[in-house]
Design a protein around this ligand. Structure first.
Ligand code: CTP
Ligand code: MG
Length: 239
């Protein structure tokens, strides 16, 4: 397969505070990981999906794959254990990808309602440009820079700012090479924190990152309040 998808689902979900790791929490009776596997394997022409889960949940994840994958699917699906940090989970996922994969998407299982259309938009832009591609949405709120005491120092111009989502797409070699460079992943340099998404890793390695329009419905489940938001997004079938 030429297309690879790494579905990162190995986080503990501490901010959600559920009994199970976040990717195994249910929305309308289906686990987040089911939604992610479902949308990835609905993409045409097949590919290799690598699902990265907590070690404790590898067997459960394999059972879910069995249930979700349609009979005769052109998708190859693997389950691998994740790491302590998200970037480690991504790296383990990348290392498990089939040799033939040329374009890879990294997607958060915590964004269960990202659509196949969004996946396709990202893939098309990676193929068109050879660059990294992230879904982005405009910022609606007024933004201010505050200090540690919460005192406002200035209003930040939001016009050039966007908030980004997953799936994020990459030429496979570009992302693999960036993730193999441990120096880019640490917050070791003074004043530099660890990267919070894959596009940032690629950018630190000197790669160009482009945007395509994101989706409100690709919202991430982070805290309990997001459960209600996602239920509403699902019921209203928001784009
Ligand atoms: N993730 C992962 N491996 C980790 C940490 C995160 O695969 N060591 C995945 C999560 O499963 C999630 C995505 O990365 O799908 C985004 O991370 P986040 O929303 O922070 O999820 P958690 O780390 O599980 O949540 P929290 O930070 O609240 O513990
Ligand atoms: Mg986290």
């Amino acid at each position: 397969p030429k297309l690879g998808v790494v579905l990162v689902a190995a986080g503990r979900g501490e901010r959600l505070g559920a009994a199970e790791p976040k990717a195994f929490v249910r929305l309308h009776g289906r686990t987040l990981i089911e939604f992610g596997i479902g949308v990835a394997t609905s993409l045409p022409h097949g590919g290799h999906l690598v699902v990265v889960v907590p070690d404790s949940h590898a067997v459960r994840a394999l059972e879910i794959v069995e249930q979700v994958l349609p009979e005769g699917s052109e998708w190859l699906v693997s389950v691998v254990p994740g790491g302590r940090e998200r970037h480690e989970s991504v790296r383990f996922g990348l290392e498990a990808l089939h040799d033939t994969v040329e374009v890879v998407l990294v997607h958060d299982a915590a964004r269960p309602f990202a659509t196949a259309a969004l996946f396709e938009r990202v893939i098309a832009e990676v193929r068109r440009t050879g660059d990294a591609v992230v879904p982005a949405l405009p910022v609606a709120d007024t933004l201010k820079r505050v200090d540690a005491e919460g005192v406002v120092h200035e209003t930040v111009d939001r016009a050039p700012l966007v908030r980004v989502q997953t799936p994020q797409g990459f030429p496979r070699e570009l992302l693999a090479a960036a993730h193999a460079d441990a120096a880019l992943l640490s917050g070791a340099e003074p004043g530099r924190s660890a990267p919070t998404d894959d596009a940032e890793v690629v950018q630190r390695a000197g790669g160009r990152v482009r945007t395509v329009p994101g989706e409100v419905r690709a919202h991430k489940l982070t805290t309990p309040a997001d459960l209600a938001l996602l239920e509403a997004i699902m019921e209203a079938n928001v784009a």
